[in-house]
Design a protein around this ligand. Sequence first.
Ligand code: SME
Length: 157
Amino acid sequence: MSEDLKIIIGNKTEQYQSLIPQIKGLLDGEPDLIANLANICGALKEQFNWLWIGFYLVKKDELVLGPFQGPVACTRIKKGRGVCGTSWQKAETLIVPDVEKFPGHIACSSLSRSEIVVPIIRNHLVVGVLDADSLQTNQFDKTDQQFLEEIVSFISF
Ligand code: SME
C-alpha cells in the first residue's frame, strides 16, 4: 500500500472508520514492532492532530517511552503512577476528561488538558500502553476507547 494517508473530515466514528483499514494496511506484513508503533502514532496524529500520541512499553518494573508524535515526554513511569501507570496497574482503559482532576497525573506537557490511556494486553499481561493527550478538556470518550482498543489489538508483540 502507498504510504500516503487519506485524511478525512467527518465525525469521530467516521474518522476512525477511515483510518482503521489504513492502519491495518500499514501493519500488514511488517513484523517490526517499533516500525508499527511509529506508524500507528503517525496515522493517529495526522488524522486527529492531538497534542501528543505515543506508546510506553513495559520494561522490567517500569513503563519506558516508545514511539510517539508530539512534544518530548517523560521517559519512565512506575506502575501505579500517573494515568499511564494506573492504566497498567488496573489493566484497563482510563479516560481523563480533565487532567487537573486526576490525582497524581504526570504533566509531561503543561498544555495537556485531557487524556486517554489504553493498555495493550497479551496473555493477560499488560505489555505497554497507548497514551493520547489533547489541548482540550473532554476530548476523549467511549468512541475513542472502542476504536483505540481495536487499533492496539492489531499490534503483534
Ligand atoms: N500524563 C501521563 C504521562 C505521559 S504524558 O502525558 C506523554 C500520565 O499521567 O501518566
